[in-house]
Design a protein around this ligand. Structure first.
Ligand SMILES: [Fe+2]
Length: 422
């Protein structure tokens, strides 16, 4: 039996499933309750509603299981101290591994079952938040043994035992506001995406303080992940009047504030803006989906073990050039960024100039060959690159349908840094 994302019916439905009600389906605006700022985990008195109000009222047992990784253990402990100040009993499990391997998800779920929390809190980057979502499913639904079989159309009935709070420590993935999670099936070396409306966390706690320690390369990579989410969402066929303005705002913030966060990681205002942008873009693409930046980026990242944000950011220009044959939605991005666009073609050209200059300013090469990938090695791995890109669920949400031979052509053009002209 195949995974849910290999089901041809679901693939055919994918472009419609996230679509607006004008196509006969229901639009759902589903977000966590969001707290953002430098005082979201207060140690002293605060004015107005607090994060604790949102958590304690929903957790009568006051038992919090905190999921984190080694790097973020101090942040997890800080969150734990905050919860204890509100009367919670806590346990910190800081053993999340990169890329959320399935066996790691199961190990976490076993610990959760023993502790019996009514609050699960993820404190970390994308892998931590994704893993917490998977472990939460297994805690709530021990009858579900295979996460890869969970279809977006199933009813999960989560929240019978615990709610989920997410505290991102990077500004990129947006997982704190999406129903998406990606796990790694190490037995077959494959990424297993799960997308479900019920997986959107109940509470998102955006503490920019946690992102200050990110080094410049990670700041750029995670920032480009935001940009890819937002730019895909801005032109997605499944976008709507909720998602598109959010996507455009996230794009504006990234162009204005990522250079500052990249140049000076201690710029608190820039860090605050970027964690907000990640969340805003997460809400947008969580509902409209992202597409070609991520199908190509996932493939590149899997084959060459490169950072997710760097890979998806790299493919933004290629994705836009490919999609511009069927959509002129990029004109709204031009308008947001004050880019001259007397017509769709010139708007695209001017947008690409700005995008490429932006990538260059963040030290991101514009051709795959400039990442140090040799021609022979690229040719040897090209079939895998194409298989992964074309097989990625994001492909099916593209404004312009793409074939496997076109995926190969895009990869070849990307290797040389050529303009997509087909
Ligand atoms: Fe992403």
């Amino acid at each position: 039996m195949g995974y849910w994302f290999e089901d041809p019916t679901l693939k055919a439905l994918a472009p419609l499933a996230l679509s607006s009600s004008i196509r006969g389906l229901t639009t759902i605006f589903n977000t966590p309750k969001i707290y953002a700022g430098f005082n979201v985990l207060p140690e002293g008195p605060v004015i107005g509603p607090t994060t604790m109000d949102a958590l304690a009222s929903q957790c009568p047992q006051k038992r919090a299981f905190i999921v984190s990784d080694e790097f973020n253990e101090p942040n997890a402990k800080k969150a734990g101290s905050f919860l204890e100040s509100g009367g919670f009993a806590t346990r910190v499990w800081a053993r999340v591994l990169p890329e959320a391997p399935i066996e790691n998800v199961r190990a976490c779920a076993e610990e959760i079952k023993q502790f019996e929390p009514d609050l699960i809190m993820a404190v970390g980057g994308g892998s931590v938040m994704d893993l917490a979502k998977g472990a939460w499913i297994l805690y709530e639904r021990p009858d579900l043994t295979d996460l890869g079989m969970i279809s977006p159309l199933d009813k999960l009935n989560l929240r019978q035992k615990a709610i989920l709070a997410a505290v991102p420590t990077t500004a990129g993935t947006g997982s704190e506001s999406t129903g998406a999670a990606v796990f790694h099936d190490t037995a077959i070396q494959r990424k297993i995406p799960v997308a479900h409306d019920e997986l959107v966390p109940d509470v998102a706690i955006l503490s920019p303080e946690f992102t200050i320690s990110m080094p410049p390369a990670l700041t750029a990579g995670t920032g480009l992940d935001i940009l890819a989410h937002a730019m895909d969402a801005a032109i997605a066929p499944s976008g709507n009047d909720y998602t598109e303005p959010l996507a455009l705002r996230a794009i504006e913030i990234v162009f204005e504030w990522l250079p500052r966060a990249y140049a000076n990681g201690n710029d608190r205002e820039a860090r605050f803006k970027m964690i907000m942008a990640a969340n805003i873009a997460g809400i947008a693409f969580g509902m409209s989906g992202c597409h070609l930046t991520h199908s190509f980026g996932h493939s590149l990242g899997a084959v060459y073990e490169m950072h997710h944000g760097l890979c998806v950011g790299f493919f933004i220009p290629h994705s836009f050039q490919f999609c511009a044959r069927v959509t002129n939605k990029h004109l709204s991005i031009c308008k947001s960024l004050d880019i001259p666009a007397p017509n769709a073609r010139e708007g695209l050209e001017n947008l690409l100039v700005k995008l490429r200059a932006f990538l260059t300013s963040l030290d991101v090469p514009l051709a795959l060959k400039d990442f140090g990938i040799g021609k022979e090695d690229f040719e040897a791995k090209l079939p895998k690159l194409v298989e992964y890109a074309y097989g990625d669920i994001s492909c099916y949400l593209s404004p312009r349908p793409i074939t496997a031979p076109q995926c190969e052509k895009v990869m070849r053009y990307a290797y040389d840094g050529r303009d997509i002209d087909f």
